[in-house]
Write a protein that binds this ligand. Structure first.
Ligand SMILES: [Ca+2]
Ligand SMILES: [Ca+2]
Ligand SMILES: [Ca+2]
Length: 438
């Protein structure tokens, strides 16, 4: 692995190698169909080099030690860093980057891009109905089904051991805009037999001296607002890494990677079920009540993974990765029923929670599994640069979701404090980015 003080020597080696080798032997390429490479990478009119046995590492800094091997190109999970040669930058004769498997000048790689992802929705929860027809559900949670959202998607890797390993840190996240669904009085006239009501009894809860249920019954409007947010950070040790090909120096079109590391994933789930008993405008007046649930799931744990790379063309490759891990979770939860006049409170002398507010902040710890599959394609459009497009799906068990916290009996504050964290969900979607290796 090059040290900073040897950069100059290696750079000289690479530069001399680039002028010596026109292209790897034993390869034939179509004469058209590829973009003309930058002049800096175009080969000179050097003679074709006949196949050579693998050369020793270029530790001596001599040009003879950096001859490309005659092996065919392999995937190496990238079109960026082929194996074969021992001299970085040895040959870009046809606009392909024949990068070495080891002993490379390259130390860093990365990707900067964006993801466009969503979460799966749960079975719909029924919230509101028409008092004249119990079968006429007016509001369900899936009417505010999860949005798709954009987010950053970045990777930074440092090659180790001549490119055979890398330490890689990555981030992706999504923060979509909220979804909202409204339900109105079915016939437009509040106070008759055909009115808007909620399926929740709200039991003996009172808000501003009146039963909470009264604010939801014969209401002008019910509103549901749902939100979620996810952020993922990983630190992995990668064998035969993202761009590396140390594992595939023998030269195959198919290669494998493995990885092991740690992951932190934060998933927030938000839910607000609101009512307005005076008009259809939510402006904070005392006749408006909101039932809010907000949950932060934090997962941290170890994972292992396997990757498969397949180069099916000089500049096109495909890859797939599977990861799984075991996680500890820390979950914080809030449930609250309130309005501008304050919190709803239990008004039931027979209840152990009499007088307590329905405003609960609790947290818990647990365990979870997180697994991910990821596949995509890579197009190397310049020797140091690729464009990538892929799809990932992340499955999580042991997650606390808002709609799992709705109690059967609202006055049971103790039951509301207990967090139900046996849910599962999937985050999935596409991503794309520009990759580099230097
Ligand atoms: Ca009505
Ligand atoms: Ca009412
Ligand atoms: Ca209002």
């Amino acid at each position: 692995m090059p040290r900073p003080w040897s950069f100059t020597a290696l750079a000289a080696v690479c530069a001399s190698a680039a002028s010596v080798f026109a292209q790897p032997p034993s390869m034939s390429y179509p004469s058209t169909g590829y973009a003309t490479p930058p002049t800096a990478y175009r080969a000179s009119a050097s003679p074709r080099i006949e196949p050579q046995p693998p050369a020793p590492p270029a530790a001596s800094g001599q040009a003879e030690a950096v001859q490309p091997q005659p092996a065919p190109l392999t995937g190496g999970n990238s079109g960026l860093m082929p194996e074969g040669g021992k001299g970085y930058g040895a040959s870009y004769g046809d606009g392909y980057g024949y990068w070495p498997c080891a002993d490379s000048c390259a130390l860093w790689y990365g990707r900067a891009g964006a993801s466009f992802m969503t979460r799966d929705d749960l079975d719909p929860v029924w919230l509101s109905y028409n008092t004249a027809d119990l079968g006429d559900g007016r509001l369900f949670t899936d009417q505010a089904s999860p949005n798709w959202g954009w987010g950053g998607d970045v990777v930074l890797g440092r090659l180790l051991a001549g490119g055979c390993y890398a330490v890689e840190v990555g981030y992706w996240g999504i923060d979509p805009s909220n979804r909202q669904a409204d339900a109105f009085d079915p016939d437009g006239t509040v106070g008759n037999a055909t009115d808007l009501d909620t399926v929740f009894a709200f039991d003996s809860l009172e808000y501003n001296g009146t039963a909470v249920a009264d604010f939801y019954t014969n209401a002008f409007i019910h509103r549901l607002v749902r939100s979620y947010e996810a952020h993922n950070v990983e630190l992995n040790l990668v064998r035969s890494p993202f761009y590396g090909s140390g594992f595939t120096c023998g030269g195959h079109h198919v290669s494998f990677r493995w990885l092991a590391g740690i992951r932190y994933l934060k998933f927030n789930d938000g839910f607000e079920y609101m009512t307005d008993d005076a008009n259809t405008v939510f402006d904070g007046d005392v006749n408006e009540v909101t039932y809010l649930i907000d949950i932060d799931n934090n997962f941290i744990g170890g994972q292992v993974g396997l990757g498969l790379d397949y180069r099916f063309h000089q500049v096109f490759s495909a890859y797939a990765t599977a990861k799984t891990g075991f996680y500890g979770s820390h979950i914080s939860h809030r449930s609250r029923i309130s309005g501008s006049a304050g919190d709803a409170v239990v008004n039931n002398a027979a209840s152990p929670y009499n007088g307590q507010a329905f405003n609960v902040n609790t947290s818990t710890t647990g365990v979870a599994f997180i697994s991910e599959i990821d596949f995509g394609f890579r197009y190397q459009f310049l020797p140091h640069w690729s464009a990538t497009m892929g799809y990932r799906a992340v499955g999580i068990t042991g997650v606390a979701l808002t709609t799992d916290q709705i109690p059967l009996y609202f006055a049971d504050i103790g039951g509301v404090r207990d967090i139900n964290s046996d849910g599962s969900m999937i985050l999935h979607g596409g991503y794309f980015g520009i990759e580099f290796l230097y």
